[in-house]
Design a protein around this ligand. Structure first.
Ligand code: BGC
Ligand code: BGC
Length: 670
């Protein structure tokens, strides 16, 4: 080759290289380190594109065009917000993909992330497996079970094409009058801390050498999680939802904060801010805690999301000064705002706040970096579109078996006969004629509670599952006749001769503020049903409720009492244990009060005088003749001593941890 030829070749190569350079976008290269990709992408983004990333809108107002026009970074389904009633996975996947294509058609093609409240399974979705609500999981004391529930939930969320869940709620509920108490695993923060293992199930097991504070989501079969609601949501005054948590620094750091340490260590991708106030300051405007503590001190590197209309509620009445809400919320450190409807106001206000210098560009960049970090970490750029490969995960048999196991382990036996030698449970499968009664015996909606198909939950056959009545019928032998009467009267009882009765009563479904209650009574005519049935025949009472309820007046009437919490779709788990195929292992995750005027009353309080203490839960003495139950812990007195010792021990642990946490807040992390 002559030298002039050689120079031509060189020039051509240079040209090709230059052309290659123009097309090579570092942020699109999965081989690049995540920080390189973030820096590259952020360097290319306009303010409008950045603010779009910080915007989450409801599916109701979303479309491919809106995604494209406003560069929207995220969509959510609110409670009960579905593409069609009883929508199949393919309807869900098509909807999500349609929105995603809008996002991908933008200049930079940044994928959106779709979030949903999968708080006890993928609970808005017809046919999904609905697991017990958190309070029931707290009763199991079984973090490994909860992790497996996280894995199953991730698959059922992916079945609908969704990549993000607003779970777990890691509230430490300190007052059962709070309408969200069932979303809390326990009044004891150590139990809530253990249950954050659900994050490992949802997002995947975090590698040992993973940098603390950096979000971790393993891949296509996992979802981004959201620890909520930061912080003190379970400590509001008198249990009033979204109200004020009055607490000193020690109390905050030793009771409500610890589950956040665990969640961050486990790589949680996002954290949602609480509607509540802390000592009078709205958490959505709390710079000291959101930026100062969560981001700076705890080194949380995922994104902080607002709650639904959460910034609007910074002012009273909500939305009174939306521009101020945006300013206060974003400057407090919120990265993504769950708007969820009026996104043009939000985008307009934030844009002008930035142009006026009231919100700094560095704040915007911090927010966008965090959002992109989550999207890159979970492989969303590589796999933005869903397919139907997970469709058969929805409500599949193995998941229902897992939910049934969880139901069995969540049941807490509070009374069993009048002495250890006269146990009433387990019930015999072979009997002549048994009665099943009560408002909650044959009502799938009631046993699922709130956040089930609808935001508020519903009554009756809201989805597929097994009611407690169906479960009882399929557990007893064929020759046992099962009579169902929802609310039998005296004459019905007098004209029938039953071997025994099972009465299933409880609370109606509710969510959030609607669930706030000052009387904590069960649904009428529950008390009458108990009185009528249990005065006529020996009965076991099963309480289906999101929290301890007023029960003391009726306890003397019944032979046995079981707390079943909100078991979800797999009612078979209740019958498994009632009839002795499995033993009772659940322990109270909360103190069971005698009367509401004792509230708030938590384990360790000076005025502690419960009906059943925190940690209480009888087991069945299987050594007695005629019983097939699984456990044998000894007589009631021994058990009570054992339970009190455990409570004392856990108190000592709480105190110990409390002091350590107080002295070295971040020491647990690094
Ligand atoms: C939505 C819920 C949301 C609630 C907030 C409802 O309309 O469906 O997802 O939590 O509003 O008030
Ligand atoms: C609730 C959140 C929920 C959000 C979206 C709010 O009302 O407080 O827990 O994630 O709605 O449905």
């Amino acid at each position: 080759m002559t030298s002039s030829n050689a120079s031509w070749v060189c020039l051509l190569l240079l040209c090709f290289a230059a052309m290659g350079d123009a097309e090579y976008m570092k942020y699109k290269d999965p081989k690049q380190p995540i920080n390189t990709r973030i820096n590259d992408l952020i360097g290319r983004m306009t303010l409008a594109e950045k603010i779009g990333q910080m915007t989450q809108i409801e599916r109701d107002v979303a479309s491919a065009d809106v995604m494209k026009k406003y560069f929207i970074g995220s969509i959510l389904s609110g409670g009960g917000s579905v593409p069609a009633p009883q929508a199949t996975p393919s309807i869900w996947v098509n909807m999500v993909n349609e929105f995603q294509k809008g996002a991908l058609s933008t200049r930079l093609g940044i994928p959106m992330i779709y979030g949903i409240d999968a708080v006890h399974g993928n609970n808005n979705v017809y046919n999904a497996t609905l697991f017990p609500h958190n309070i029931g999981l707290g009763a199991t004391r079984d973090p490994d079970l909860v992790k497996r529930i996280g894995e199953a939930t991730a698959l059922e969320v992916r079945a609908t094409g969704i990549q993000y869940t607003f779970a777990p709620c890691i509230a430490v509920c300190r007052d059962p009058r709070w309408g969200r108490c069932y979303e809390s695993y326990s009044e004891d923060h150590t139990i809530v801390q253990q249950m954050t293992d659900i994050i490992l199930g949802l997002q995947g097991e975090i590698p040992v050498n993973h940098t603390k504070g950096v979000p971790y989501v393993a891949g296509k079969d996992k979802v981004a999680a959201c620890a909520k609601h930061f912080v003190g949501d379970g400590g509001t005054h008198n249990g009033i939802n979204e109200n004020n948590t009055i607490i000193d620094e020690h109390g905050l750091l030793s009771i409500h904060m610890p589950p956040y340490y665990d969640s961050i260590i486990k790589g949680v991708a996002t954290i949602m801010v609480s509607y509540s106030s802390l000592n009078g300051v709205k958490m959505h405007a709390n710079h000291a805690l959101v930026t100062g503590y969560l981001k700076s001190k705890l080194h949380f590197r995922g994104f902080v999301i607002s709650d639904w209309l959460g910034i609007d509620r910074i002012t009273s009445p909500p939305g009174a000064n939306y521009t101020y809400s945006v300013q206060a919320g974003i400057n407090a450190g919120i990265d993504m705002v769950m708007v969820p409807y009026n996104y043009t106001d939000y985008i307009g206000d934030l844009t002008s706040l930035v142009s006026k210098g009231i919100v700094n560009m560095s704040r915007i960049d911090d927010a966008v970096r965090r959002i992109l970090r989550v999207k890159f970490a979970m492989g969303l750029f590589e796999n933005p579109l869903a397919d139907l490969s997970f469709a058969d995960q929805l409500g599949k048999k193995e998941h229902r078996e897992l939910a049934r196991e969880a139901v069995r382990k969540s049941l807490v036996l509070l009374k069993n006969g009048n002495s250890p030698n006269q146990q009433f449970l387990p019930l015999p499968k072979k009997a002549r004629r048994i009665l099943v009664a009560g408002s909650h015996a044959s009502n799938l909606g009631y046993q699922c509670g709130g956040w089930s198909i609808q935001w508020m939950g519903g009554s009756g056959d809201i989805t597929t599952g097994t009611t407690i009545l169906d479960a009882i019928k399929s557990t007893v032998v064929d020759s046992t006749s099962v009579v169902y009467a929802e609310n039998p009267d005296d004459s019905f009882m007098n004209h029938n001769d039953f071997s025994f009765a099972i009465v299933v009563v409880g609370e109606p479904p509710y969510s959030e503020t609607v669930g706030d209650s000052t009387n904590l009574t069960i649904l009428d005519p529950g008390p009458d049903t108990i009185r009528t049935v249990c005065s006529a025949v020996k009965c076991a009472v099963v309480v289906v409720s999101g929290r301890p309820v007023v029960i003391e007046p009726y306890v003397p009437l019944m032979e046995a009492l079981v707390a079943a919490w909100l078991p979800g779709t797999e009612g078979q788990g209740v019958a498994d244990v009632l009839f002795g195929d499995y033993g009772f292992t659940g322990k109270l995750p909360r103190t069971w009060f005698k009367s509401v005027d004792q509230l708030p009353m938590n384990v360790g309080d000076p005025h502690y005088d419960p009906l059943y203490p925190f940690g209480f839960g009888l087991t069945i003495n299987s050594s007695l003749p005629g019983f097939s139950g699984a456990d044998n812990v000894g007589d009631t007195r021994q058990r009570l001593i054992y339970v009190s010792l455990c409570s004392l021990l856990s108190l000592a642990l709480i105190n110990d941890l409390g002091i350590r946490v107080f002295q070295h807040p971040a020491a647990l992390l690094f």
